[in-house]
Design a protein around this ligand. Structure first.
Ligand code: PHE
Length: 448
């Protein structure tokens, strides 16, 4: 493993940079809307803070004790069945699959920064039109932005852990915090803020279906970048004396706070204009732009800031998706960083082009598989099946196949004996079962 390490602050920033992404600012608000608000938020908070922190600790442990690439770490740390466990490390392919379409979505966001500068749609119909045109017929624009994201993330990754990943996070994350603070302070001044608070924090348990609980668990994993070898890989470059429990707490709390703040901002703006639009993925790309328009010139300013914020959040997540596989090639096969980065980037770039073509009307029939097009399949398979599956592998590995004494030596000084026992119990039994339920539910094998 390279000897270049994150600084302590750089590590936290990079991990938070990975966690805070489109999942927080785009997805969290719309699933909250879809599943009825307060009660869903409460379940999400509980799962992100309990299951999330427990699994974060597990992934940080693997990285800290393994000190290698994800594949080798599973192999080296396994107390039995080493040969089989190395295949668990191939979860590093999952973030590359996610990155293929994630990059296309970051491209849409770039487009919306431009739209905000030029002219926002004046009503919901026009807004829908702009988005659907981009999605289904504007191949050129999507291709151009996807290419820009490809060049951008590849060049950052090329510079390595410290000069690439750490440095970009040190620039973008404080800016993201600043922009979100401005937007949040503005929304505090809008009357409907209290409505947004009620919507998000006043749980109506009659609306809470068991499906909502399962979705909340899935969302917690996705948003914390768990189950994909990302945190594991970053943790292998941890500086020596880092308290992994404290780090997990900080990462989970900041990630959750960002989701809540983004939700409050978005719902305040929507409710203020009476927009009924808490449903579906079009929330950010269709409903919000026309709501921003209704706010007049301040709305344009808010829109520009908002889309820049999501772009920053997206880019820091995107680079984290590339690193696990790059580190695997560099470490395992002695590839140069250049060669490794190019192979990984070309993989997601080409897959991303196929994904974006599958939304374009002229090409979509060729790229339909059953009821979904390629774009939707990639998202579905990666985030609803492979991410929870990766999560199961992590907890089963740490709970049953790693040296318990080594884990105790790390955790007992930080957590004490009793809580370490609770952690083991969760990791060994409760979390794997919860994740199996997530997969069964999301694949429709067993609906709750
Ligand atoms: N956690 C990121 C988000 O919330 C998503 C992500 C997925 C990041 C996969 C890294 C890997 O947007």
């Amino acid at each position: 493993m390279s000897t270049v390490r994150f600084s302590r602050f750089g590590f936290i920033l990079a991990a938070v940079g990975s966690a805070v992404g489109l999942g927080n600012i785009w997805k969290f608000p719309y699933v909250t809307g879809e599943y009825g608000g307060g009660a869903f938020v409460l379940v999400y908070l509980i799962t992100a803070l309990f299951i999330g922190i427990f699994v974060l600790i597990a992934e940080l442990l693997i990285g800290k004790l393994g000190q290698s690439d994800a594949v080798s770490m599973f192999e080296n740390l396994a107390t039995k069945k080493k040969n089989l466990w190395k295949y668990a490390g191939f979860m590093v392919i999952v973030p590359l699959i996610i990155l293929s379409y994630y990059s296309v979505v970051i491209g849409w966001i770039f487009h919306y920064i431009v739209v905000s500068f030029q002219s926002l749609p004046s009503n919901i119909e026009e807004s829908k039109n702009i988005f659907m045109t981009l999605l289904t017929s504007d191949l050129q624009t999507q291709f151009m932005y996807h290419t820009i994201v490809f060049v951008l993330v590849t060049s950052i990754i090329l510079n390595g852990v410290k000069d690439g990943i750490e440095r970009i996070n040190k620039i973008l994350m404080p800016l993201l915090a600043l922009i979100l603070s401005i937007l949040f302070i503005y929304s505090l001044s809008v009357e409907s803020f209290s409505k947004a608070v009620t919507f998000m924090f006043n749980p109506d348990f009659t609306k809470l279906s068991s499906e909502a609980i399962i979705v909340a668990i899935g969302q917690a994993f996705y948003t914390l970048s768990l189950g994909m070898g990302i945190i594991i890989t970053y943790a292998a470059s941890l500086p020596k004396h880092v308290n992994i429990v404290k780090s997990s707490l900080i990462i989970a709390v900041i990630d959750t706070l960002v989701a809540i703040i983004a939700g409050l901002i978005i719902f305040t703006l929507l409710f203020d204009k009476g927009a009924e639009s808490t449903k579906g993925a079009g929330l950010v790309f269709i409903s919000l732009p026309s709501v921003f328009y209704e706010f007049g010139s301040i709305g344009t300013f808010l829109a520009i800031l908002f889309f820049i914020a999501i772009a920053f959040a997206g880019i820091t997540s995107a680079i984290s998706m590339l690193e696990p596989m790059v580190s695997f090639f560099v470490n395992r096969f002695n590839y140069t960083r250049l060669k490794a980065a190019l192979i990984c980037s070309l993989f997601f770039y080409i897959l991303g082009i196929a994904a974006l073509l599958s939304n374009i009307t002229d090409y979509s029939p060729m790229l339909m598989i059953g009821s979904k097009n390629l774009f939707d399949w990639l998202d579905f398979v990666a985030s609803t099946v492979l991410v929870p599956l990766g999560g199961i592998l992590v907890v089963v590995f740490v709970g049953h196949f790693m040296d318990e004494n080594k884990i105790n030596a790390e955790l007992i000084p930080l957590l004490g004996k009793t809580i370490t026992k609770v952690w083991f119990f969760m990791v060994r039994y409760i979390i794997p079962i919860a994740l199996i339920l997530v997969i069964l539910n999301e694949t429709g094998i067993f609906k709750f």
